[in-house]
Design a protein around this ligand. Structure first.
Ligand SMILES: [Zn+2]
Length: 424
C-alpha cells in the first residue's frame, strides 16, 4: 500500500462524533432559555448573541479564524493546503422562531463545525480552505423578511432599512446595534463569487417525507418556488335579518365555495409535491348582523416546477371565476409576490449522492417545500442541501425532534461530501 492509498483508507473511515453534536445542539438550545419557560433565539436578541458567542468559542478552540462580516454573518475559517483556492462553505442559521426547536438551522451550523473538528482530530488538512457560516436572521418573523445574511453574501438587496419597525415596535437600526451592523452596511458583505467553491447546507427536513418512508437522508433536488396572490370577492353588504336567502350576494359564501375547492384543483393539476394554501381571510363590514359585502383572502402556491405552478394558478383562477359567476359576485385576483423554484447544483448533489453511497446509508431525492438560505445562495454559488428526518414532520416547534442516529448520519454525509468535493 502506498502513501496515497493509506491516506485514502483513512479518509474513507473518518467519522464525526455524533454525541458531541447532540450535546452541542442542547447547549445552543439552552442559550435561548426565556423566563416564560420557552426557548427562543430571535435574531439580534440577547439569547441569539449568547448562542453565537458559544458557537464562536467552539470554533476558536479549534484554532479557526472567526470574524463577522457587515451583514452580521458569523464566519469561521479553517486553512487549507492552498489558501489561494476558493473556500468550501458549509453552514446554516442559529436564529429561531418563537418557542422554536433544537434542530432547525442549528444542526447545519454545529454539523459543519463538527466536520472541521473531525478533520483536525484526524490531522487531515483539506486542499481548499473551509468556512463555516452562520447566517443572519434567516427566519425573518421579527421584521417580516428573512434570509438577510444570505442575501447580503449574494450581493442581493436584503430590502431592509434602519427606520423600519419589528413586530414589537422596535426600530431595526436600534435592534441591529446588538451585532454592531447597519442596514446600509449590509451590502458590503457581498462575496466575490470566485472566492467560494461551493456551499452545502445540512438541515432537518421540516416535512414528513423522510420520516414516513423511514429514509435516513434526503438529497434536495430543488427548493420550491412560492407565488402569492390577494383575492377579493365583492358581493353586496345587506341586512342579515331582512334579506331573503334568494336575494343575497354573499361574498364570504362565494369565497368559501372557492376555498373548499382549492385542495381538489391543486391535487388534480399539480404533482405530489404541489401545495396551495389560503392562510388569511377578512370580511367587510365584519359584523354579526350584516351579510359580508367583500371577502379578501390570500392564496399561496408552492412547487418546484414553474410550469406546474402556473397551470395550478390558471385552474384555480378559472374555478374562482365559475364560482363567483354562479353566486352573482365579482372578484379580483392580484399577484403579490413571486419566487421562482430554485434547483440545487447538479455537481454538488452528485457529490452528496456519492457520499451517501460510500457510507452505505439509504437516501432519496426530495424537494424542499420550505425556504432556506440555500435558496438565495444557489443564485450565485454552486449550492446543495442534505436533509435528515424530522419526527412526524414537526418543525418550528418545541416538539421538533430528529433522532441522534439521524443527526450522526447527516453529519457523516456532510463530512464525506466535503471530502469528495475537496478532492474533485
Ligand atoms: Zn432553517
Amino acid at each position: 500500500m502506498d502513501d496515497a492509498e493509506k491516506k485514502g483508507g483513512k479518509i474513507n473511515s473518518m467519522r464525526t462524533n455524533g454525541k458531541r453534536v447532540v450535546t452541542r445542539l442542547n447547549e445552543i438550545y439552552q442559550c435561548g432559555k426565556k423566563e416564560d419557560g420557552t426557548y427562543t433565539r430571535m435574531a439580534f436578541s440577547a439569547e441569539d448573541i449568547k448562542g453565537r458567542k458559544l458557537f464562536a468559542s467552539w470554533a476558536q478552540e479549534l484554532g479557526m479564524n472567526v470574524r463577522m462580516d457587515e451583514g452580521g454573518n458569523l464566519i469561521a475559517r479553517m486553512d487549507g493546503q492552498n489558501n489561494d483556492l476558493p473556500a468550501i462553505l458549509m453552514g446554516s442559521h442559529l436564529d429561531t422562531v418563537p418557542d422554536g426547536g433544537k434542530y432547525d438551522g442549528v444542526l447545519g451550523c454545529v454539523g459543519a463545525l463538527e466536520v472541521c473538528e473531525t478533520f483536525k482530530a484526524e490531522g487531515y488538512i483539506p486542499k481548499h480552505p473551509i468556512e463555516v457560516i452562520v447566517f443572519t436572521d434567516e427566519e425573518g418573523f421579527r421584521f417580516g423578511k428573512g434570509l438577510t445574511g444570505s442575501s447580503a453574501v449574494c450581493g442581493r438587496d436584503a430590502g431592509i432599512q434602519d427606520s423600519e419597525s419589528d413586530i414589537y415596535g422596535e426600530e431595526r437600526g436600534h435592534v441591529m446595534q446588538s451585532y454592531g451592523i447597519t442596514s446600509e452596511g449590509v451590502k458590503n458583505a457581498a462575496r466575490d463569487p470566485e472566492s467560494v467553491y461551493c456551499f452545502v447546507e445540512l438541515h432537518v427536513e421540516q416535512g414528513a417525507r423522510l420520516y414516513r418512508t423511514n429514509t435516513s437522508i434526503g438529497v434536495v433536488s430543488s427548493i420550491a418556488g412560492v407565488n402569492r396572490y390577494e383575492i377579493t370577492v365583492a358581493g353586496e353588504a345587506n341586512h342579515a335579518g331582512s334579506t331573503a336567502m334568494a336575494d343575497r350576494r354573499d361574498a364570504l359564501v362565494a369565497a368559501a365555495g372557492f376555498i373548499n375547492k382549492v385542495p381538489e384543483v391543486t391535487t388534480e393539476y399539480g404533482n405530489e409535491f404541489t401545495v396551495a394554501t389560503v392562510g388569511t381571510i377578512k370580511v367587510t363590514p365584519h359584523s354579526v348582523n350584516v351579510i359580508p359585502g367583500t371577502c379578501t383572502f390570500s392564496l399561496e402556491i408552492r412547487d418546484t416546477d414553474a410550469e406546474v405552478m402556473s397551470l395550478v394558478e390558471q385552474k384555480l383562477q378559472e374555478t374562482l371565476g365559475d364560482i363567483c359567476k354562479s353566486y352573482g359576485v365579482s372578484y379580483t385576483f392580484v399577484p403579490t409576490s413571486f419566487h421562482e423554484p430554485a434547483p440545487m447544483s447538479e455537481w454538488v448533489k452528485e457529490n452528496i449522492v456519492n457520499a451517501v453511497k460510500e457510507l452505505g446509508i439509504d437516501y432519496c431525492v426530495i424537494p424542499s417545500g420550505a425556504f432556506h438560505d440555500s435558496l438565495i445562495m444557489t443564485s450565485v454559488f454552486r449550492t446543495a442541501m442534505i436533509f435528515v428526518p424530522s419526527e412526524k414532520g414537526i418543525s418550528h416547534s418545541r416538539y421538533e425532534y430528529t433522532k441522534d442516529e439521524d443527526v450522526e448520519n447527516g453529519c457523516n454525509v456532510l463530512l464525506q461530501t466535503i471530502l469528495n468535493i475537496d478532492r474533485d
